[in-house]
Design a protein around this ligand. Sequence first.
Ligand SMILES: Cc1ncc(COP(=O)(O)O)c(C=O)c1O
Length: 394
Amino acid sequence: MKVEFYGHVRQYHNIKSEIDRNIQTVLESGQYVMGPMLKQFEAELATYHGTKYAIGLGNGTDAIWLALMALGIGPGDEVITHPNTFFATAEAIWIAGATAVFVDCCPNTKCICPDRIEAAITPKTKAIIPVHLYGQCADMVAIKKIADKHKLKVIEDNAQAIGANGPGFKVGELSDAATTSFIIQKNLGTFGDSGALVTNNPDIDTQVRRLRNHGSTQRNVHSYGFNSRLDDLHAGVLSAKLKHIDAWNDLRRTWATRYTAGLKDCKTFDLPVALPGYRHVFHLYVIETKKPEWRDQLVDFLVKNGVDAKTHYSIAIHKQAGYPWDKGARVVGSVSNAEANAACCISLPMFPELKPEEVDYVIAKVKEWDGQHAAQAPAGKGPAQSGSACKHCS
Ligand SMILES: Cc1ncc(COP(=O)(O)O)c(C=O)c1O
């Protein structure tokens, strides 16, 4: 059997008529950029999040740095995040001209550890960017408390967790803005690139709308800006798909439960931790090997046996070659949880259109490898999850 990592074409086939209808509507409208389909999708996205505004953008990276720019954050300013996220989170800070400050993640959730943030705050600190990594929200209540105390802005990088929420909070509710990516592999993905920002702040809405369109909200009238628009064809695809996102996330959660039940007795790796009270939407189902050298061995074994496993993200940002490329960057304190996450992470196939027999095949192959190595497995948790759990991740 072959089990792919993504199910883009299956998803297209399942709702082909709805997607095709929206594409046809756009093609026949003659309005492909900043047209009615974009307006419709932005309204639907704002309603979905329960925010006042949603702005369609060129991609999820732009969404982050446009948010920073709209908040007046740039050269001379520091922005705190964690180093075990996709590179774009830090890249966006650097594009805005600010300094990226890295603190560790929690050992269980892999999201930024709120207990590490205050030690990194200086007079230059202007914002925190928590990433809802793998589909589970960071502890936004704790992060907001710190931000309020130090008068900092918060931008949620929600590229991986559309439809997730935390105990008593929704994404976009406890921050200045939340950004997302719609690149195809995301939980809500289009057939190409795009992204969005949601906010309740009218100033951010006005600024980002202006910045995304060459500094213009009126024909021929410009100020400094860029081109970062979500075009109407992609908006049409996304509008069709948005109606299914909750059901698709439920399916991801079902497959995650099946993986966890099937793999719970394995000895060579730790399973992902889904916190009670959080809706984890499993953008990725990430196991962590108890020995770093086992990561690539297990991935190779799975790939050879037809299972397309991957790693997210196997090199922490501060360990990338050439870091920090003459950009402003600081690592504060130990980031051993993030480094161990990078060293040990393996993502198993995860998409809503998986079939039960595919999930069971993945489980069987992982168990086969585990059985061959269990005798060498250290007791207790592996390095990625053995750091002391705090109140935010246990
Ligand atoms: C956590 C995170 N932030 C930012 C991005 C950037 O989004 P994009 O690729 O649409 O620029 C991604 C995904 O690609 C991501 O996973």
